[in-house]
Design a protein around this ligand. Structure first.
Ligand SMILES: Nc1ncnc2c1ncn2[C@@H]1O[C@H](COP(=O)(O)OP(=O)(O)O)[C@@H](O)[C@H]1O
Ligand SMILES: [Mg+2]
Length: 251
């Protein structure tokens, strides 16, 4: 396993009651890349994410993160080690302000969350880093707004800020553009590019324009297996990849 790679999986396999959802997948994610995991519906992308973040136990295979074998490490410890999944783990509390949401995430990250008796003064110490994170995702002006009142694109920005509060080295995004209006695609792409500075991103995405513009490497799954891996141009020109998409889903 090489230092150039932050995350590697070898022979990753997951069987659900006799059905193999992920079958012998090898994945090599280079440090500081934005790496896309694509494939038709049912290809095993989300299952792969669940395996990599240790939400699911692999039936077989090995996962190495930052040179450490994490195949049997708990999800919480993997997150502590800096491998963090966004848009699922970091739910937004609609009834809290935007700033409070980031403060709660920071509290969680610093292990303060169990201390209910935290004084207002100690909590206020989190305001400055929280505001810095909001500035990073372009939400500085929305700090006091109720999170539930944010339009969808800005909600994504807030979700990303709460993820960044956990100080990840690597972020996994499962369909970050899902549910977004056309006008939100470019802003969220810019947001991801910014969040990827000095970090690694692995993302499941369907929008080919997003993949072409954003991603350094692409791994294509089909029916649980790796079909192709390369740059966007390489995989987009691969007849097997074209066939997989033209052939539709494999549910
Ligand atoms: N918990 C589960 N139990 C049984 N089958 C599952 C489970 N999770 C996923 N699957 C099946 O595994 C396959 C891959 O699913 P998934 O990883 O969600 O695909 P993708 O994210 O690529 O659309 C699908 O056929 C799905 O129905
Ligand atoms: Mg999925």
């Amino acid at each position: 396993m090489s230092q150039d790679y932050i995350l590697q999986a070898q022979g990753l396999t997951k069987t659900f009651a006799g059905f193999t959802a992920v079958s012998g997948v090898n994945l090599d994610v280079r440090r500081h890349d934005i790496h896309a995991l694509i494939g038709p519906n049912g290809a095993g992308k989300t299952t792969c994410f669940n395996l990599l973040t240790r939400f699911l136990n692999p039936t077989s295979g090995r996962i190495v993160y930052n040179g450490r074998d994490i195949t049997n490490t708990s999800a919480a410890r993997v997150a502590d080690a800096g491998l963090v999944r966004s848009f699922q783990i970091s739910s937004v509390f609609s009834g809290m302000s935007v700033l409070e949401n980031v403060r709660v995430a920071l509290q969680r990250a610093t292990g303060l969350s169990t201390k209910f008796w935290l004084s207002e003064r100690r909590l206020a110490r989190l305001d400055e880093p929280a505001r810095a994170l909001l500035a990073d995702v372009g939400l500085a002006a929305d700090a006091n707004r109720l999170a539930g009142s944010l339009p969808y694109g800005r909600r994504r920005a807030l979700e990303l800020a709460t993820t960044l509060a956990l100080a990840p080295d690597m972020i996994l995004l499962d369909e970050p553009m899902a549910g977004l209006g056309h006008e939100d695609i470019d802003p969220v792409m810019a947001l991801i590019r910014r969040a990827a500075e000095g970090r690694t991103v692995l993302m499941v995405e369907h929008n080919m324009r997003v993949i072409a513009q954003l991603c350094d490497r692409v791994t294509v799954l089909r029916a649980g297996e790796t079909l192709a891996e390369g740059s966007y141009a390489e995989v987009a020109a691969d007849p097997r990849v074209i066939e997989a998409y033209v052939g539709g889903t494999n549910d």
